[in-house]
Design a protein around this ligand. Structure first.
Ligand code: ADP
Ligand code: ASP
Ligand code: MG
Length: 428
């Protein structure tokens, strides 16, 4: 007998028929095994596909500068619906099941509405219910603030809810069911030749998620790494004849030690590059004619940091005449208007010529722990892109990642070209 947390994403929960399929998977997991006992199961669910977008739009239509606390009341409702529906469906299949909303557990959160962080989960009641053989169904994405108000965890946050619950109840595994059957070398919807990975390290998955591989929310991976939660990504679009989750048909997120063992026993091949991700959600800002002197750059970035705007890639161009230079950087597209307004406000202090903005950019990143010990990954990237005439506008690197900024229209081409250049294409 094991304790398992199962999480189902939006496409898995999209409508009565899909929910019935999910209920079948949950019942199978909780059913008595050969040794007699069934697994103790908690299920975390997302809203039906498209529902959260619909709710966000209602908020925008109601009032463009909506109160984030009320936004949370609205957008968290999609998960309340699916958690109740799944509990009802499970009961219809003869299972004992009940829903537990974020405030009922409670899932305590800190910081801002709309992007709250889980601070603590009391796993006692939940653990007791699971141990008594009742399936707990929990809406993902939501929690409760110290003031007793509903909060949400940021888009894609149900993954983080699932991992946090797995940590709170000491689960043996957290299975993240989605619409693809694992983590691939790149988004399989863009590159048909993408290969499924049997395992990927926490560190690489964290980096891949943070540069745009939306299969897992970045925070969920960080939390799994910190709490040592065993995570599997797998598909809910299966039939009863397909392998059960316990046989690990999906992708496991593992520690570096476990990865080394998998490489040694021949389960995994050591690759220089593990995966490629793209992100179209950033925007580029150029400040022209900034004074080329100490403190100028600090004047630009201090107000952005104070407003919690994340600056990603930065380039300060070589100085030109009259001791002036151009500074280029990227911010999330959703923060672009705010960033522009803040910088305009500080025009005197910073002393720049013009602000030029461009949302039609994309960031393409290659990730792999192999880069720590091997040179040449960046050079291969630049050559492969140059050979296809793709212009690089900015570059940034970390120990296990190289990113470039390019024109948004060239995103798909760049991902495909790089996938081939690093030898990641699946054999026909
Ligand atoms: P869910 O609704 O189940 O949370 P998401 O849409 O958030 O699902 O995440 C699954 C999607 O992530 C897939 O449909 C796929 O297009 C995308 N994706 C991006 N990068 C990858 C990758 N490297 N491997 C697998 N899927 C990826
Ligand atoms: N429904 C939420 C969203 O779309 C949370 C999630 O699905 O993970 O962002
Ligand atoms: Mg998701």
């Amino acid at each position: 007998m094991a304790r398992i947390v199962m999480k189902f994403g939006g496409t898995s929960m999209a409508g009565t028929e899909r929910i019935r399929r999910v209920a079948g998977l949950v019942r199978r997991q909780a059913a008595p095994k050969e040794d007699g006992a069934g697994d103790e199961v908690a299920v975390v669910v997302s809203a039906m596909a498209g529902e959260t977008d619909r709710l966000v739009n209602f908020c925008r239509e109601a009032n463009a500068s909506y109160d984030p606390a009320e936004y949370d009341v609205v957008v968290s409702s999609g998960e309340q619906v699916t958690s109740g529906l799944l509990a009802i469906t499970l009961q219809g299949l003869g299972c004992r099941a009940r829903s537990w909303l974020g405030w009922q557990l409670p899932i305590r959160t800190a910081e801002a509405h709309a992007k709250a962080r889980i601070a603590a989960i009391d796993g006692a009641a939940l653990g007791a219910a699971m141990a008594a053989g009742e399936i707990a169904v929990i809406p993902g994405f939501q929690g409760v603030s110290d003031e007793g108000r509903v909060t949400t965890l940021g888009r894609g946050g149900s993954d983080t809810s699932a991992v946090a619950i797995a940590a709170a109840v000491g689960a043996d595994r957290c299975d993240i069911y989605t619409d693809v059957d694992g983590v691939y070398t790149t988004d399989p919807r863009i590159v048909a030749k993408a290969r499924k990975l049997k395992a990927v390290t926490y560190e690489e998955m964290l980096e891949l998620a943070s540069v745009g591989a939306k299969v897992l929310q970045t925070r969920s991976v960080g939390l799994a790494m910190k709490e040592g939660v065993r995570v599997q990504v797998l598909s809910s679009f299966t039939s009863d004849e397909d392998a059960a989750a316990d046989t690990l048909p999906g992708t496991l997120i593992v520690s570096e030690e476990e990865m080394n063992r998998l490489v040694e026993d021949g389960t995994m091949e050591r690759q220089l590059v593990t995966g490629i991700a793209h992100d179209k959600n950033e925007a580029k800002l150029i400040l022209t004619r900034v004074p080329d002197r100490p403190g100028a750059v600090a004047h630009i970035f201090a107000p952005l940091a104070a407003a919690h705007i994340n600056v990603d890639m930065i380039i300060q161009n070589v100085g030109r005449d009259k001791g002036e230079t151009d500074v280029t950087f990227t911010v999330p597209q959703s923060d672009l208007p705010r960033a522009q307004a803040l910088l305009e406000d500080k025009r005197e202090e910073i002393g720049f010529g013009r602000i030029i903005s461009d949302s039609r950019i994309a960031k393409i990143s290659v990730v792999g722990v192999g880069m720590k010990s091997h040179a040449g990954v960046a050079a291969t990237m630049f050559r492969a892109l140059a050979d296809r005439g793709i212009n690089i506008q900015a570059i940034s690197t970390s120990e296990i990642k190289v990113s470039v900024m390019i024109d948004e229209d060239e995103t798909e081409l760049a991902v495909r070209v790089l996938h081939t250049a690093y030898g990641l294409d699946a054999k026909d």
